[in-house]
Design a protein around this ligand. Structure first.
Ligand code: SF4
Length: 498
């Protein structure tokens, strides 16, 4: 059989799904990388840069698409500078190529450390390190330990450019060594897959585990229309996966056909609305809003939780830093004005964010949000950070009114498909407001846009485009709440001032 060149990532792709590797090599044209996966790559690059920055005397083996130069440079660096760390050391054995993130010299060899942007060791990291270690050991390099360096979320950045302590190095020798003897079999089987025809594998749990597969669109092209009913069991709100599996095992795939004894009250409501196709709105929604005074405020935050913290006293992934808020203010019934805060300077945005918000929200009037745990949590964090602002911030939290439970208790439309997220609800009450037409269309996009704006290599024109995208997106989030509140109260929209 032909001897296909392999790499660590190709072997890991094969372990996820043999068909994935086959498509990657033979039908690369079908590959569709989602924005989420692309953002994940960017975070990985940032984390990799920080890891290298911790070893100022390290030697980077450049790739530049020239494999043989990278292989030669690695040998040369190890021979010439045996006491210096090496980044991206490149090795090959049996046609398998690997690049080691960190090789750290010890008295008797090297510590091999793979750097990951995750906050813990995942099962696929073990296979990853096993392939890496196998190839390196076949090159007769003594590995004194095999480690995975992942982000330590307890690390607190002091704002001084010092990232020592951001990685936790987990020694994996005990789990990797028993696996090394299996690596040749993986290589053989991966090559066997590549030499045959397209594997016949149906989409399943492997398509998202451990990574979102870039061939999902191709593999599921016929399935959705053929098999999926309009209302799958996934519309049954908060039904446990095990219960859905049990229903599927009994032959139920359509939420409309599930016997009521398997459904709770909310799920029966969803089923009824899905069957009739007629949305239901209880007058209680409007009644619950009628008593609130004006001005009414509609508030939403956008936040970022960076893998590599950049502001003082923030932790990787763990600190949600608000960098933007939008607020629609309904001065009196249907009389709207809009205020916004957005800091794209790269400075710590939190103090200004809190101060401007206090200015705009004043001291009276309900503050409507959608899912109060998020906004209240951020406001409480700002209060803890700035004791001088704490009384005013805590007072804001006392004024918060959550529209989500009101919606969940009183309104359901068949197109919501089991979700009360604002993005599911809005198209059913305000068809003129569209998230899907925006450059920044959801919270994930907003985080990615902000991260890109802060990146020093982002051109100004692109920064402006992304900043405008953030403005439109956050504004729509609060306008969506306004429109939902009006819808609940029966307030006509087309006479409003937006
Ligand atoms: S989408 Fe699923 S079935 Fe298709 S190649 Fe990827 S993992 Fe395999």
């Amino acid at each position: 059989m032909p001897r296909h060149g392999l790499s660590k990532s190709r072997i890991i792709a094969w372990k996820q799904c043999p068909k994935r590797l086959w498509l990657q090599i033979h039908r690369h044209d079908l590959l569709e990388v989602s924005d989420g996966v692309e953002h994940g790559f960017q975070i990985g690059y940032e984390v990799g840069d920080v890891a290298q920055g911790l070893y100022p005397n390290g030697i980077l083996i450049k790739d530049d698409d020239d494999l043989s130069t990278a292989l030669t440079s690695t040998k040369l660096a190890m021979a010439t500078y045996p006491n210096r760390p090496i980044f991206e050391a490149t090795f090959q054995h049996d046609g398998v190529l690997v690049r080691a993130d960190l090789l750290l010299p010890t008295e008797t060899g090297y510590r091999m450390a793979e750097v990951k942007s995750s906050a813990s060791v995942k099962p696929y990291h073990i296979d990853d390190c096993a392939v890496q270690a196998w190839v390196i050991k076949q090159n007769n390099i003594a590995l004194t330990s095999i480690e995975l360096a992942h982000i330590d979320t307890s690390f607190v950045y002091q704002g001084d450019g010092n990232y020592h302590g951001i990685f936790r190095h987990e020694k994996l020798d005990d789990v990797i060594y028993p696996l090394l003897k299996m690596v040749p079999d993986w290589i053989h089987e991966a090559r066997r897959t590549l030499s045959g025809g397209e594997p016949s594998i149906e989409p399943g749990a492997q398509c998202d585990d451990p990574f979102e597969c870039p061939f999902k669109a191709y593999c599921s092209r016929d399935i959705e229309v053929q098999i999926q009913p309009e209302y799958s069991l996934d519309v049954l709100y908060r039904m446990h996966t095990k219960s859905k599996d049990a229903l599927r095992a009994k032959g139920f795939k359509d939420a409309c056909l599930v016997p009521s004894e398997f459904l709770n009250e909310t799920q029966q409501w969803i089923q009824r609305v899905s069957q009739t196709g007629v949305a239901e709105l209880s007058p209680d929604a409007g009644i619950s809003l009628a008593g609130f005074s004006y001005p009414r405020y509609y508030l939403d935050f956008e936040t970022i939780n960076l893998a590599v913290p950049r502001w003082v006293h923030t932790r990787p992934y763990a600190t949600q830093v608000p960098f933007q808020w939008s607020c629609h203010i309904e001065e009196s019934r249907r009389q709207l004005q809009h205020q916004m805060f957005l800091d794209v300077s790269g400075n710590d945005p939190r103090r200004l964010c809190a101060e401007k918000m206090l200015e705009v929200l004043g001291t009276d009037g309900p503050v409507f949000v959608y899912f109060q745990a998020f906004e209240k949590g951020r406001i409480a964090e700002l209060a803890a950070l700035y004791p001088d602002l704490a009384p005013a911030l805590h007072a804001i939290n006392l004024r918060i009114v959550d529209l989500l439970p009101i919606a969940r208790a009183n309104y359901y439309h068949p197109e919501m498909k089991g979700s009360w997220s604002i993005k599911a609800v809005l198209p059913t009450v305000a068809t003129d407001l569209r998230y899907d037409l925006l450059a920044v269309g959801d919270g994930g996009d907003a985080q990615a846009a902000y991260r890109e704006i802060l990146h020093p290599n982002t051109p100004d024109a692109r920064k402006q485009e992304l900043t405008e995208g953030l403005r439109e997106y956050c504004k729509l989030d609060t306008l969506a709440m306004v429109r939902l509140a009006w819808f609940f109260q029966g307030i006509p929209v087309n006479e409003g001032h937006e």
